[in-house]
Design a protein around this ligand. Sequence first.
Ligand SMILES: [Fe+2]
Length: 222
Amino acid sequence: MVAGDLTENGRMLEAEAAADFLSTAQLPVIAVLGNHDLRTLRRVAFRRVLEHRGIEVLDGSATVVQASNGFRVGIAGATGSGGGFWLQEGPDAIRTRTFKRLAIRVSRECAALERALLALESDVRIATTHFAPTTSTLGREPLAKYWMLGNCELGVVLDRCLPDLVIHGHAHLGTLKGQTPGGVPVRNVALPVVKRVHLETLELAPAVPVRRASCEPAVRWS
Ligand SMILES: [Fe+2]
């Protein structure tokens, strides 16, 4: 899974290089786009470059990857947005035009993520965003930047849908582990934080019989 910013400036050459690299993985590759990727002026072509190399791009959508033992990992993804970590009262409560636009984007991206999560039927559900849904993974990021690092509305959606894990990027000075206010585990896998590919082992709650019967502690792909 790639939590966005596959490229620096959304250039097609960068997209092709990223696609070439990621397509060498002997695994399904699923990505959301980040703010740097969205600098592209050719969004459809940008996406197509990735998809032609077998990389699935989630944009308010979901996918299910099935392991050889039949275990299904459902992944819902959306880029998300900035906006800050206060509970907003909706677009009409925001006075300036800039913030109003941002609030509309927050609301659109949150709705997309929720829709994608609700559509998933799988043994485990993972949500992926580029922007952060919680401050708990923002680490040493300055408070003044919080408004551009993520928003609390994403956390509200996640606490309603309760996925097993949330992955995000974007916060370079953040920390790996955090959680939403409702206790959903969150991982900030921005490259400056994890330095390399991050492997996560999901410990599934033994109290849920369906999951206990159908999975191993670590998912192995073949
Ligand atoms: Fe970013």
